[in-house]
Design a protein around this ligand. Sequence first.
Ligand code: ASP
Length: 322
Amino acid sequence: MLKRLALTVATFAAMGVAAQDYPTRTVNMIVPYAAGGPTDTVARVLAQAMTKPLGQTVVVENKASAGGLVGAETVKNAKPDGYTILIHHIGMATTPTLYRQALRFDPLKDFEYVGLVNEVPMTIIGKPGFQPKDLKELTAYMKANKDKMTYANAGVGAASHLCGLLFMQAVGVDVLTVPYKGTGPAMNDLLGGQVDIMCDQTTSTTGQIKGGKVRVYGVTSPKRVAALPDVPTLDEQGLKGADVGIWHGVYAPKGTPKPVIDKLVAALQGAMKDAGLQTRFSELGAVSYPADKQTPAALEAHLKAEIAKWRPIIQKAGVYAD
Ligand code: ASP
């Protein structure tokens, strides 16, 4: 008994020392979607900017799966030592309702919170040369061709899934959905003409829209996006109820020691002050949260509020994964 107690004390002491020295090696930032997509883009910009204040390299690792479930589960099960962290979006708040079966992770119980990062609107886009040229034509086309056309998303629980649901509900038509492990690969297929439309974050679509590579039908935010001033909102074009904004937060496994979380919070806040990061985010249509939201308490409060906000909307829409 005494021996076990001594061992436990020694283990905690070792953890305390390790926590004080943290970080002594590379930190892995898990992205729950494929490389080349919008979550991945935000992660890569942030990881690079966190490297300096943290004093160690932050590398992005993609654990891609439809709905982003595997990435969150991987971080839940990782050692709580600060060397594996998660960046995730609104999916942390919507998956608990979208999946009627219990998830293998609980967003409110299995993680320590680091802080909020940014908000990103979404855009409804179409494949190059797609017949409908604007939203009015698209909604008419969807009604006439609902059995022929396809909508790409990143699986149930993805932001693109949620946006698509709201969009199709607002239009009043369901089209065939094609799930991917992230909208990076979905964008490749859209550019190749294999799928017709999708809804994706401006972090991925701004360049394609500006370069004239895809058709654009509107942004999902209540106001126009500074990076895309010529693109009208869905709302101003008379389509109500498809307003959706994506937010990102950083998490660590439950039980990560407080001194380690404190260092991660400081690194997040330091990174968010970086001029290069700020320029890149605004080019991509992303709006950074202010410093008082880049905190564990703000992320926890926001996550809880978003779970409560989306639950009745998803339930009313009657959309579930099973
Ligand atoms: N945009 C994706 C989503 O629909 C995620 C991604 O690939 O980053 O959630």
